[in-house]
Write a protein that binds this ligand. Sequence first.
Ligand SMILES: Nc1ncnc2c1ncn2[C@@H]1O[C@H](COP(=O)(O)OP(=O)(O)OP(=O)(O)O)[C@@H](O)[C@H]1O
Ligand SMILES: [Mg+2]
Length: 590
Amino acid sequence: MAETKGDADTVSDFMGGKVVARLFQLFAERPWLLAAGIVLSIIAGLLAFAPHAAIFALYGRLAQGSFTQFSATSIAMAGFALLALRWFFTWAAMFLAHVLAFDIQKKLRLRLADRMLKAPMHQLLERSSGDVRATVITDVDSLEDGLAHLLPDIVGASVSLLTVFGIFVFIDWRLALAAIASVIVGFVCLGLLAGGQSKGINKYFALKAETDAMTTEYVKALPVLRIFNAGDGAMKRINDLIDQFKDVAMKVAVDATTSHTAFLVFLTSNVLLLAPIGYALVQSGGVTPLEFAFVLIFSIGFGDACLSFLNGLVQRFGTLSGVVGRIDDLIALKQLPEPVAPKKPTGVDITFDDVSFKYNEQPVLKDVSFTISPGERIALVGPSGSGKSTMARLIPRFMDVDKGAIKIGGVDVRQIKNDDLGDVVSFVFQEVFLFSETIRHNIEIGRPGATQEEIEDAARRAQAHSFISELPDGYNTRLREGGQGLSLGQKQRLSIARAILKNAPVLILDEATAYADPENEARVRAALSELSKDKTVLMIAHRLRSITDVDRIFVLENGHIVQTGPHQDLSTREGLYQRLWRSQQTEEAA
Ligand SMILES: Nc1ncnc2c1ncn2[C@@H]1O[C@H](COP(=O)(O)OP(=O)(O)OP(=O)(O)O)[C@@H](O)[C@H]1O
Ligand SMILES: [Mg+2]
């Protein structure tokens, strides 16, 4: 199978530094931006000491008795100028870091979209949709902020730290040690406690994803749960999960607070050692009082620098490593291999040649063979779980067959380039996929670059133009996540408009099982018949009444095609189709 390029870090690798390397690798894709960002952050970090320098200079004048109106004013002005510069450089560093972060975010988003397009669909479907959505939307969103602040925070803080420590050592190494001893003890404390926490944090994120996913599913399934009075059981499972999550979250929070407080105590207690050691050194003449004063003043800044270093490093890295890990997990999904010597299909007939397919180890399709001629309209029917959607998904290669071959225009779909296959086949899903973008964009996905007229024409033919026009912003209306606020029928018509715009010669329809109301159903059906004009069509139908006029019907049972023929034949012949037909007629009569 296709190799993934070794970028599958996970949260647990964080401590091993893999994620740090991965983040650096991401940053390094724009080396000049990265370098400029680092240089600006270094300058900003150095300038952060302007107030301290000013105070030190004032103190020096005071101690030497040369404190005049002029020196006070000039030091104040110089200090102010340095501060203004500091904020300018901080701003510039932040700006570059944001540009860099947006760039990385965009690349990852595109890479993610590309991978998800090329990953076998069932791998994605196996993950709960809440999980995938959380990664694609929330994680990628949070990446920008995290990455943008990482660089200025960490570089700025470590520059301050190193500079000050360097000056301390230059003055006297014993004073330098006294100044950082408490900080070192603080860090050791923190390290010990944090070591015990990483597992908790991993668990926190795992549980959070699970809770989110389950809540999403619960909300989606509400109508079903209500009808079957099964809400209590599901609610209890969610409750248990939330309780568990709360416990873990509390533990993570308490642990973090404890270690953080201990750290703060040690971090700010360097005066304890500095005072006696400084006194001894000044007495013995090892350092001048002015030098001692310098270390005293700057050791305050030193603690602050350590603190922002800690904040930048632990917090941002902690979250980022989780985010990057989850994104990379998705990116690392197995890809469907692209053909080495691609061929273009010459026709639009579809052939299943002895096709078998299984999910994991569960066989779903068994030795299925048939041919659909160009322009033929085929309906696929059968009991729920018989493998209809699976059969449909194999044609555009949402996954690959285990045995046999599927051919379009005589060419094995595995030998057709993904892009070419995408041009030939349109797929209208049982579930509608809409993006939190404008309506125009959601339709345009069918054929990127289409003009407004073409988009409107497609919408009109999909019976969607009138409801779109009634929206306050028309085609520029931004959809909320998953198209919330639109009716199911409206969402379906949008996705049909998309397919009409795409106008691929082969059309696969996985019909919705439920319609909101008869009017919507009529409109969706009208849109679908407009879409299927002059195409080779394979439609999965649940209501047999809607497919009585197709050329042929394939009846699927347990992964086998058990009957084929037009409605007239099948409904008068003993068999599964007749049973399904009769039971639906009885239902409709009732
Ligand atoms: N991603 C998946 N991973 C594992 N098993 C799956 C997956 N998708 C479907 N299945 C299983 O494969 C079998 C066939 O599913 P499929 O969705 O093709 O049925 P269907 O005929 O379309 O049913 P329906 O009429 O309910 O839509 C079912 O037993 C189902 O549980
Ligand atoms: Mg199905």
